[in-house]
Design a protein around this ligand. Structure first.
Ligand code: ZN
Length: 74
């Protein structure tokens, strides 16, 4: 398991935070509507919340790993 394999996504919408997300537990990331989801980093910096969640996840890895159920990614 490597959390870096989680696919990154960001919002296609203009005027939103210019960041990408890679943690399913991120509020801002999961709030993006499915239709607005674009895969990849978009050349953007990583969302600060995702970053802290990722850091926390490393120590909680033995617990259930969150899955990218939402938003739905292809
Ligand atoms: Zn995020």
């Amino acid at each position: 398991m490597n959390f870096q394999n989680i696919p990154a996504w960001h919002s296609k919408k203009p005027n939103v935070a210019n960041v990408y997300h890679n943690n399913a537990k991120c509020d801002a990331g999961s709030r993006i509507e499915t239709q607005q989801v674009e895969q990849g980093t978009g050349g953007r910096p990583l969302c600060r919340r995702c970053k802290s969640l990722n850091t926390r996840m490393q120590s909680e890895r033995e617990l259930s790993l969150p899955r990218l159920d939402s938003p739905t990614l292809r």
